[in-house]
Design a protein around this ligand. Structure first.
Ligand code: PLP
Length: 512
């Protein structure tokens, strides 16, 4: 691939990739994205079956290579709720991390092994807990009073509920800045203000109560903190503190030994778009530079706007992001630290089941999002600017908006064409809808198709209908074959839940 077409695209090429360029067109597996756009229309989500299987295989093999006991991969359902995708995973023996009753209902339709399903979430209702016990899934406890409700439900069903505690250790060793916040906040603080997880002060007493319950079995410990930092340093720090906490709890609970340890998700996907839209230094720069900027107005309109556009170019310029570690490096770090630290804390690792719940790292690079250029709009005064207006919107890539993602992109015909201009690639909702701000792009015109990469996780599942825009279809590619796995919404779908009360359908009295 050419180095100068787009820094994001150049950085995007790697091993284990479902994407390639053949005959001057971007392909996903054996299918041309140009043909996909023609056949299914745009906007369109496209997923690679091969990439999904490959990611699952790598996660499983990498963790199994470093761990003495059994290993399960439990991809997070929230990151991709499509049933065809889920069915592929269930068929290959993957479990699932589930958040809501609705995700549980979905995953159970796909033939998943319930023993490998972890149901998270605070405020679980009695009905939800009953469904969990009946289905035989693991209940990952998030609330202090949840255990009494579980005992009640399990007793009513004459069953044994297998539960784990979702813990939240203190992590003062994680002092670097979290990527989750635009502010400079240490990871430790970022994790503490996250609502999920049982505060450590309740755990000793909760454990003692559960160990005395006739219908509840405490089988393990769960910990998920999220993607705060893409480094191995982050995983080393988390695993050290997790092992220490498990050791402390074991001593509190009369040498209790976990049968399962679930380390959650939070590992970066290979092109890691997370929080790359606004480099933090720019925030500081703009905060400090703002009074100076406003002061420049004294130079007169022309000089002021000319300086503004130069400053803007600096503020929106991006460097290629550093690649995160590989799945294998991540697994080696996690298993290595746990094997070293758990025995030091009195825990025997032999036979302990290790579970991992990748979301973005499982699905991110399995998906691309195709959109068509509707217009190229330019202005030269008062500041020069170019917008590439597409037929999609960042409301269809909403997961990325929440997390300030900068998705790598590529124009699917002649991806090697050199970048000749800087433009914002924007969507067609009435918001600013900046999908990629300050993008280095080649010459493009209406009708060209752009692919946003690394959109397989959280994007389709968080798409919304702002401006009454119907959400796009999804297509699954397998070798040379493509199939629709979710149809596009129609205008009837968009307004399906609306009800106009009968009285409003009558003519107003003043008109009758
Ligand atoms: C409990 C749990 N596990 C796994 C995940 C997946 O996280 P990620 O997509 O960062 O891997 C999440 C995401 O929020 C989660 O809450």
């Amino acid at each position: 691939m050419g180095q100068d077409s787009s820094p994001h695209w150049a950085a995007a090429m790697r091993d284990f990739d479902c994407l390639s360029v053949r005959n001057g067109e971007l392909h996903i597996e054996g299918v041309s994205t140009v043909e996909l756009a023609q056949r299914y229309g745009t906007p369109l989500f496209v997923f690679s079956e091969w990439q999904l299987a490959e990611n699952l295989r790598r996660f499983h093999e990498a963790f199994a290579a470093g761990w003495p006991g059994p290993v399960d991969v439990l991809p997070a359902m929230k990151a991709n709720t499509m049933l065809a995708i889920r069915r592929l995973l269930s068929r290959q023996g993957a479990g699932a991390d589930i958040y809501s009753p609705e995700e549980l209902a979905g995953v159970l339709r796909t033939g998943v092994d319930p023993e490998r399903v972890s149901v998270n979430g605070g405020g679980k209702s009695k009905t939800h807990l009953r469904n969990c016990v009946e289905a035989g899934v693991r209940i990952t406890v998030e609330d202090v009073d949840e255990i009494e409700l579980i005992q009640e439900v399990a007793a009513e069903l004459s069953a044994t509920a297998k539960i784990r505690f979702r813990v939240k250790p203190a992590l003062p060793n994680l002092w670097r800045r979290t990527d989750f916040s635009q502010l400079s906040v240490p990871i430790d603080l970022g994790i503490q203000v996250y609502k999920s997880g049982l505060p450590p002060e309740y755990l000793p007493e909760m454990g003692r109560r559960v160990l005395a319950m006739p219908n509840v079995e405490l089988v393990g410990i769960h910990f998920h903190a999220g993607r705060h930092h893409p480094s191995l340093w982050y995983w080393e720090g988390m695993m050290v503190r997790l092992a220490r906490l498990i050791g402390e709890l074991s001593r509190e609970w009369g040498r209790w030994q976990p049968l399962e340890i679930d380390i959650g998700g939070g590992f970066a996907s290979p092109r890691d778009p997370h929080n790359k839209e606004f480099p933090r230094s720019e925030f500081l720069l703009t905060a400090l530079g703002y009074p100076f900027l406003v002061g420049l107005r004294g130079l007169g309109d022309r000089a002021y706007h000319s300086l503004l556009s130069r400053i803007l170019a600096v503020l929106t310029s991006h460097r290629d992001p550093k690649a995160p570690p590989t799945i294998e490096e991540y697994a080696r770090t996690v298993t290595g630290v746990l094997r070293r630290e758990l025995p030091r804390n009195g825990i025997d690792v032999d036979g302990v089941r290790l579970q991992v719940e990748p979301g973005r790292a499982m699905y991110g690079d399995t998906g691309i999002h195709l959109a068509t250029v509707k217009k190229v709009k330019r202005q030269s005064l008062p500041i020069p600017y170019t917008w590439i207006l597409t037929d999609t919107t960042y409301f269809f890539l909403a997961g990325g908006v929440f997390e300030h993602n900068r998705h790598p992109f590529v124009f699917v015909k002649n991806p090697d064409a050199p970048a000749t201009q800087t433009a914002d690639i924007v969507g067609h909702s009435c918001y600013a809808d900046q999908i990629v701000l300050g993008a280095p792009v080649p010459e493009v015109e209406a009708g060209d198709v752009v692919a946003f990469l690394e959109t397989g996780a959280y994007q389709e599942s968080s798409a919304s209908n702002f401006n009454s825009l119907p959400r796009p279809a999804s297509v699954l590619v397998d070798g040379e074959r493509s199939e629709l796995v979710k149809r596009a919404e129609t205008i009837d779908d968009v307004y399906r839940r609306d009800v106009i009360p009968e009285r409003l359908l009558k003519k107003p009295a003043s008109q009758s």
